[in-house]
Design a protein around this ligand. Sequence first.
Ligand code: ADP
Length: 186
Amino acid sequence: MIIKKLKVVTVLDRIEVIQGDITTLTVDAITNAANSSLLGGGGVDGAIHKAAGPSLLEECRKLNGCHTGEAKITAGYKLPAKWVIHTVGPVWQGGNHNEDELLARCYRNSLTLAEERGITTIAFPAISTGIYRFPLGRATKIAVTETWNFLRKNNTIDKVFFVCFGDSICQSYWTVIREILGEEEK
Ligand code: ADP
């Protein structure tokens, strides 16, 4: 007979790196790497709008855009995900234009918004690493570090998925996660 069960859930158990198309995921929220107009664009933004249908754009029009590093939320419409969190990553300009901090804010603000809405599962694409040309290794390090620090202090989010559109992105996340684990064990 089990009298007491202690479930030890570490931060690592709450992070998953998966390869695929973020628009197909059945999670509470997917994050969109949007542009500041929030009126749709290429890359993951285009894919999300296409899959969600025109009602998403209608709701986005009412949001008056979004500043770089900030995040806004809409419904998911035809997506399997209930919500879309739109965040605007920085355009890479060589690294001396506050790009690191602005990208970190994207993750912090998206996760904070998710927590406020009681979202327990959330997926992120590798924000800014496409059209905005942020170096991949540097971007995934920021994504994982910010998420790790957030999950350590907050318990409402059960799972964060880093969704990779290709092998090299997955590899990059795993390298960073191994590095962080190594640091934690020291
Ligand atoms: P940004 O303008 O922020 O760079 P992009 O959409 O160009 O945004 O790219 C961000 C990341 O999203 C890139 O790593 C790209 O490979 C990835 N991506 C593009 N489409 C999808 C998708 N359907 N699902 C998941 N990731 C995607």
